[in-house]
Design a protein around this ligand. Structure first.
Ligand code: ADP
Ligand code: MG
Length: 263
């Protein structure tokens, strides 16, 4: 099949939110957060997704994760249809294939759960019952992300920002997903530790054979990590291809402005 090396295909994705307002609610105004997005991701590829705040990047991510029901379009993850406007996604099945690393690990981690619980819970939910297997997988994952075994019994507030993001990455990887969407994974971190987390993500991509969508407004991060770049603007993809080529010949005014602003 020609699609065999594509692990993800997004076709004509639209997500519209009701805006509310209007006199007596008679006007049905819509915010077209995502409006006709096509994307593809090859196995082992890192696709950089760039775009200003509010351009729809996270909405695309949540749709791929099956957490948002699209207004229109098709999403195919590893050969399986995720959701359409008429059919909800099987979020549980999807969680074993595609996961997300959020921008702010402090906000996305449960403050009352130790690292161990954070990693064990998804395993149990997904049917891993053997105590020894759970222990082994948690231990292996801690090692993968550079945390020490004794740190497993600590709570999120006992860690630094960079270490917390390591926990967020471990949580995303514990079910052995194939695709990881990194949604601004270093934007909330100190500049001094950003490179560590980026290098960790790159290393894990190779060791675990992952495919990434790397969402970031930091062009340096995107250029460093991505094989290919897509630029979003007002809910649409306005540029898609090799970053060098986009950089040299930006087609869209937004990309032109973005590049002109690089110091
Ligand atoms: P980005 O991640 O590129 O910053 P988002 O995908 O978060 O952008 O948001 C795109 C647009 O959709 C924004 O205008 C945002 O306010 C709006 N939006 C996102 N989620 C919702 C929601 N659940 N309900 C209404 N509007 C939303
Ligand atoms: Mg976002």
């Amino acid at each position: 099949k020609p699609d065999d090396d594509l692990i993800l295909r997004v076709e004509d994705l639209a997500v519209h939110f009701p805006l509310g307002g209007g006199l007596f609610g008679r006007e049905r105004r819509l915010l077209r957060a995502v409006d006709g997005v096509d994307l593809s991701l090859r196995r082992g590829e890192c696709l950089g997704l760039v775009g200003e705040s509010g351009s729809g990047k996270s909405t695309v991510a949540l749709s791929i994760l099956g957490l948002l029901k699209p207004t229109r379009g098709h999403i195919v993850v590893d050969g399986r249809q995720v959701a359409t406007n008429s059919q909800s996604a099987d979020r549980k099945a999807l969680a074993r294939t595609v996961q997300i690393v959020f921008q702010d690990p402090y906000a996305s981690l449960n403050p009352r759960q130790t690292v161990r619980r954070t990693l064990e819970d998804p395993l149990r939910v997904h049917g891993v019952t053997a105590k020894s297997e759970i222990e082994d997988r948690v231990a292996a994952m801690l090692k993968h992300v550079g945390l020490r075994p004794e740190q497993a019994d600590r709570y999120p507030h006992e860690f630094s920002g960079g270490q917390r993001q390591r926990i967020g990455i471990a949580r995303a990887l514990i079910l052995n997903p194939k695709i990881v969407i990194c949604d601004e994974p270093v934007s909330a971190l100190d500049v001094s530790i950003r490179a560590q987390i980026i290098n960790l993500l790159l290393e894990l991509k190779d060791t675990l054979g992952l495919s990434y969508i790397m969402i970031s407004h930091d062009l340096g991060v995107v250029e460093h990590m991505s094989d290919r770049v897509a630029v979003m603007y007002l809910g649409r993809i306005v540029e898609n291809g090799d970053w060098r080529e986009i950089f040299e010949r930006p087609a869209h005014p937004y990309t032109q402005a973005l590049i002109a602003a690089i110091p």
